[in-house]
Design a binder for this molecule. Structure first.
Ligand code: DGL
Length: 272
C-alpha cells in the first residue's frame, strides 16, 4: 500500500493537489515539484520526457502505485510515452494519469457557442494535445489556442498580483479574443494559471466561463478509483501529506503556501 503521487514542474500542481485532497481526504499523498528545473514550458520533448520520467520513478521508489502528472506541459509531452513505453518496462502494475484528458472530456459540455479557447505554455500548445483530445470527445467544438509564456515566470516569481502583471494578462487575453471573438469557454491549460484568476476575470469580458482544472481532475480521479478497485485497494489511507522539491525546501515552503493555501514543510529530493 502506498500514497498517491502528485507531480508538477514546480508549484502549479499544488492547485490540483488542494482540490484532490478536498475531494478525497482519506488518502496519503506525496507531492513532488521539480523546481530546480522549472519552468518546463519552453523545453523540448526529450528534456521534458527525461525529467518527468525521473520524477515519476522517484515517486514509484517512494511507494506510490499511482502518480498524477499535475502539469499540462508534462502531460502533453511525456505522458503518452511514459504510459505506453516506459511503464510496461519499469512498473507494469503502477499507473500514471494526466490532466489534459479529464479537462478535455469536460469542456465540450460547458460551451454554448461551440468555441473554446485554451491558454497554456508553449510546450502544451505546440503538442496540439488539447485540440486533439477535445475533438475526440466533441468533434463539433472549435478550439483556439494561445501560448502565454510570460505567465508562469510571473507566478513563480510571486508577481502575479502586482500591477506589472496586468500588462501580460491583458496582452494574452486581448490576443486570443481578437482571433476568437465567439469563445464562451476559456480553459486555463496550465496548473499555474489559477493564481491569475482574479486578474483574468478583471480583463475578460463578462459571459466567458473560465475553467481551471483542479476540481475537474479531482472528480475524474474519484471516478477512476471507483472504476479501478484493484488500484484503490493499493492506496494507503492515513491522511498523511508529504512534500518534496528538487530545489531549496525553504524557498518551496514560502511559495507553496500561495498555491496550496496552507503552510507546508518540504524536503529536498535529489535529481541527476
Ligand atoms: N504547471 C505547468 C503546466 O501545467 C507549467 C509550468 C512550466 O512551464 O513548467 O503546464
Amino acid at each position: 500500500m502506498g500514497p498517491i503521487g502528485v507531480f508538477d514542474s514546480g508549484y502549479g500542481g499544488l492547485t490540483v493537489l488542494k482540490e484532490i485532497i478536498n475531494e478525497l481526504p482519506g488518502y496519503d499523498y506525496i507531492y513532488l515539484g521539480d523546481n530546480a528545473r522549472a519552468p518546463y514550458g519552453n523545453r523540448g520533448f526529450d528534456t521534458i520526457h527525461a525529467y518527468t520520467l525521473e520524477c515519476v520513478q522517484k515517486l514509484f521508489d517512494m511507494g506510490c502505485p499511482l502518480v498524477i502528472v499535475a502539469c499540462n506541459t508534462a502531460s502533453a509531452k511525456a505522458l503518452r510515452t511514459i504510459q505506453q513505453k516506459d511503464l510496461p518496462r519499469i512498473a507494469p502494475d503502477n499507473r500514471v494519469l494526466g490532466v489534459i484528458r479529464p479537462t478535455s472530456e469536460m469542456v465540450g459540455t460547458l460551451t454554448q457557442t461551440g468555441e473554446v479557447g485554451i491558454l497554456a505554455t508553449n510546450g502544451t500548445v505546440s503538442s496540439e494535445s488539447y485540440p486533439l483530445e477535445i475533438h475526440k470527445f466533441f468533434p463539433h467544438v472549435k478550439t483556439y489556442q494561445l501560448a502565454c509564456p510570460m505567465w508562469v515566470p510571473l507566478i513563480e516569481n510571486n508577481e502575479h498580483e502586482s500591477e506589472g502583471a496586468d500588462y501580460f494578462v491583458k496582452e494574452y487575453l486581448d490576443k486570443i479574443l481578437s482571433v476568437a471573438s465567439d469563445i464562451d469557454t476559456l480553459v486555463l491549460g496550465c496548473t499555474h494559471y489559477p493564481l491569475l484568476m482574479k486578474k483574468i476575470r478583471q480583463f475578460l469580458p463578462g459571459g466567458i466561463n473560465v475553467v481551471s482544472q483542479g476540481k475537474i481532475v479531482a472528480h475524474s480521479l474519484k471516478d477512476y478509483l471507483k472504476r479501478h478497485p484493484e488500484m484503490e485497494t493499493r492506496l494507503s489511507k492515513q491522511q498523511q501529506q508529504q512534500f518534496y522539491t528538487t530545489d531549496d525546501p525553504a524557498i518551496f515552503d514560502k511559495m507553496a503556501e500561495i498555491f496550496f493555501g496552507k503552510m507546508v514543510s518540504s524536503k529536498k529530493m535529489l535529481t541527476k
